[in-house]
Design a protein around this ligand. Sequence first.
Ligand code: BG6
Length: 494
Amino acid sequence: MTDEKINMTALEAFDFILFGGSGDLAMRKLLPALYYRCRDAADLEGWRIIGISRQNLTTEEYRELALQHCRRHVAQRDFSETAWAAFARRLEYLRLDASQPQDYQRLAEKFQPSHTGVRVFYLATSPGLFAGICTRLGAAGLVTPASRVVLEKPLGCDLASAHGINQQVGKVFAERQIFRIDHYLGKETVQNLMALRFGNVLFEPLWNRAWVRDVQITIAETVGVEGRGEFYDGTGALRDMVQSHLLQLLCIVAMEPPANIEADTTRDEKLKVLRALKPIAGEDASAHIVRGQYRAGAIAGQPVPGYLDEPGIPPQSHTETFVALKAELGNWRWAGVPFYLRTGKRMQERLAEIVVNFRRVPHPLLRANAEQAPNNRLVISLQPNECLRLDLMAKVPGESMDTQPISLDVALSEAYHTRQWDAYERLIMDVIHGKLTLFTRRDEQEAAWQWIEPILHSWKRGNQPLKSYPAGTWGPTASSALIARDGHAWREES
Ligand code: BG6
């Protein structure tokens, strides 16, 4: 029996009610993740997945739609007709208009009044629907003590809207029942970062301003807006990526070791990091941030259109598809260490990584000029390959004492010879088990919005010009200048 099967035997029965059930996220990520978990389960008794949307579909048609997408998004070697048949038997469909209170009665009819099992309401919908759906679920008597609600990001579009949604949802669900999802926290390498920091004695003594020179966190994508033009244009890279994924990664790099990995202990430490972020407001915005938008260019030799020519994008749009910024933490451990964050669509490579640059050796024993000596560097790569790399100096063979960087590389998937779970598989299972550690708490999320808010205001006042960059590059040249002003360079430039 595999480890996965051992994990799954302990799993109790559950109902997984998926709002936005025929949408892009459900089809591309959530149903494939559920397929994998079902495939590896020892016993599917009592599992039920109810897809919900406004589309007029029968359960058979919904299963067919899910099949088409799972074939595309599940690795071929992992797909089997037998596993699919077992999964499909668990899948139902319900047509429901989330804005119509009377429709929720039909959902209520699917449950016995005495039913006390785990009930997951997963809202893969626009955040504008979150509060209404929760209120109507409550009014229809569907929320039991064993119910949980999962809220997809972005939760709101600013502090006020996030606060409003949290207030409304909080009237129906207790905080322990609310799972605000950020799928980056479910990625194996992000968990490994915690293991690396807190499971080894080597790094923690160096993990501070005395030894770390700068930290770079990059999430670069080669894709454009992928048919999500309308959503993306109203959101932009700052809200879509920085407010959530990048700030969460920063928290995990920068937080103090929690006393244990209980949900609140870990989330308390992340909250302290968010509160220590120095505000970037007014004039500071143009000195600390670069905003960009891609124009036509080429990805892997193939021409691609500019952002303004993508479907659903207004011709005069000022939405940013790229952000690079310098963040600083006002606390004892990190004062003076720049954290450079960068994300963009249509960049040269698909890459997500955290780079920790350590300081140079203090004494030029092995080089005439210590200023030119490369520094030690730890690269935690999340994508495209999950790996850890530590750059060390070693002597070049031969007579001289010249040194050169060499890398200690660990490819995580190869180290264990097992398929890595997708982030959504882990997070969905954590929801079912009621484990909140990898989900953001209300105060944490509002603190992230609070830091973003002055930047949004400054942009609204037109303080920050939008720089253009050709698709297939590393973003506007101003992004290199931002970091060069401190005498540093992005990893791919150094
Ligand atoms: C999502 C964003 O949260 O993350 C998308 O809304 C982005 O715009 C995606 O493409 C990136 O996730 P991943 O796991 O593919 O890096």
